[in-house]
Design a protein around this ligand. Structure first.
Ligand code: UGA
Length: 402
């Protein structure tokens, strides 16, 4: 089967890489010329563990291009372009434009929408293109994208002849939900909103723990998570959720629902609780730091990625700068320069620089430096260190000693 993938961001590149590795003939297209040049030179435009090995493997039959012309002979074309948030609403223009470009060249293909889109989008694209449109949302986490695409918990496909796409993913041996376009589209939003809500919920309980002597959110979450009805995943209290998905998707579904006169109160509260995390962290820092010279460990929106989109850590650094803190920072992968802050080359340099250390991204690597932080003032916003080992420790969700 001849497959095309439009949009070579995290979702598109991983989809293209995994399918070509499985033996499909894949053409990947992106309008960004730099990206295509990098890929042609066997270099990835993003950091994603395991992706390079599959995408540039001799086994993979994959061709990268800027030109929609190259999609003329494709039977199945995945659309994996961005669906950004504009004034809290989803901007579908990239999906619409990509679909129109495809249909002007290829009248025989099936379009598969892999981007996260509000219910009704596939039908809209069908109307615009006269092509069959199948919805196939992805459920991959950045940093684990290759694993999640090879071993997804489930495959969701919706629309007429959706089995074609379910068959493409059959090698995963994962359960498949074959349904309507609209159900498939909503499953994605409901899943991301539920996970975001779980995080905001545990962050609220963490706020409560901080006021109760003897309480620790890590133990409370563990005790909750052992109940299989609750589950132990996504109960990690911290600085809140960031990234290119949860912040955008929760807002998009809330405003989509509003357009149908439905209020998603819980989702809206989850967004609000998340928005408050930065100020909450600022209060902890103001109360605990010895002075205004501060070292921040972690810039990425979570571990194992170089992505800083909606990164809580980046927002916190900017807020610290706004409040006249002298910020030094370090991230194992993100090399971005932040205005009015100093980027350290190593974690050791960053830790040595100041008495106050803030842990803002949950890179497990930072645990290796626990020993050299023992005598520092540590504000652990991701609860990754052993608080008993640090003399002056303040952590999210950790109550005063009883
Ligand atoms: C998320 C979903 O997990 C994927 O299933 C989905 O496919 C993807 O969005 C998407 O829509 O494309 P991702 O944004 O890569 O994946 O990252 P997550 O691992 O879900 O983490 C999101 C944020 O939540 C991070 O900032 C992380 O630090 C935070 N988080 C996560 C917590 O604060 N606590 C947790 O317990 C888990």
């Amino acid at each position: 089967m001849k497959i095309g993938v439009v949009g070579l961001g995290y979702v598109g590149l991983v989809t293209a890489g995994v399918l070509s590795f499985q033996g499909y003939d894949v053409i990947g297209i992106d309008i960004d010329e730099n990206k295509i040049n990098l890929l042609k030179n066997k270099r990835l435009p993003i950091y994603e563990p395991g992706l390079s090995e599959i995408i540039f493997s001799d086994k993979s039959k994959i061709y990268f291009t800027n030109s929609y012309e190259d999609l003329r002979d494709r039977e199945i074309i995945f659309i994996a372009v961005p669906t950004p948030s504009v004034n809290n609403e989803i901007d579908l223009s990239y999906v619409v434009n990509a679909s129109k470009s495809i249909s002007s060249l290829n009248k025989n293909c099936t379009i598969v929408i892999r981007s996260t889109v509000v219910p009704g989008t596939a039908k809209k694209v069908m109307g615009l293109t006269n092509l069959n449109v199948i919805s196939n949302p992805e459920f991959m986490r950045e940093g684990n994208a290759v694993y999640d695409t090879l071993h997804p918990d489930r495959i969701v496909v919706g629309g007429k002849n959706a089995e074609i796409v379910a068959n493409i993913w059959r090698f995963t041996n994962s359960p498949a939900i074959i349904t309507t376009n609209e159900n498939a589209e909503l499953i994605k939003y409901a899943s991301n909103s539920f996970l975001a809500t779980k995080i905001s919920f545990i962050n609220e309980i963490a706020n409560l723990c901080e006021k109760i002597p003897g309480c620790d959110i890590e133990i409370v979450a563990k005790g909750m998570g052992l109940d299989p009805r609750i589950g132990d995943k996504f109960l990690k209290a911290g600085l809140g959720f960031g990234g290119s998905c949860f912040p955008k998707d929760t807002k998009a579904i809330a405003s989509f629902a509003e357009s149908l006169k439905v209020e998603l109160k819980i989702v809206k509260d989850a967004i609000e609780v998340n928005d408050e995390r930065i100020q909450h962290a600022m209060e902890m820092i103001k109360e605990s730091a010895a002075n205004k010279d501060i070292s921040v460990l972690g810039v990425a929106f979570k571990e194992n990625t170089d992505d800083v989109r909606e990164s809580r850590s980046l927002l916190l650094i900017k807020e610290l700068i706004k409040n006249d803190y002298n910020v030094s920072y370090y991230d194992p992968v993100v090399k971005e320069e932040i205005e009015n802050a100093y980027r350290c080359k190593t974690a050791e340099e960053c830790i040595a620089k100041n008495e106050n250390i803030v842990i803002a991204t949950e890179w497990p690597l930072f645990r290796e430096y626990e020993r050299i932080m023992e005598n520092k003032i540590v504000i652990d916003l991701r609860r990754i260190l052993d608080h008993k080992k640090i003399k002056n420790y303040r952590g999210v969700g950790l109550g005063p000693k009883s």
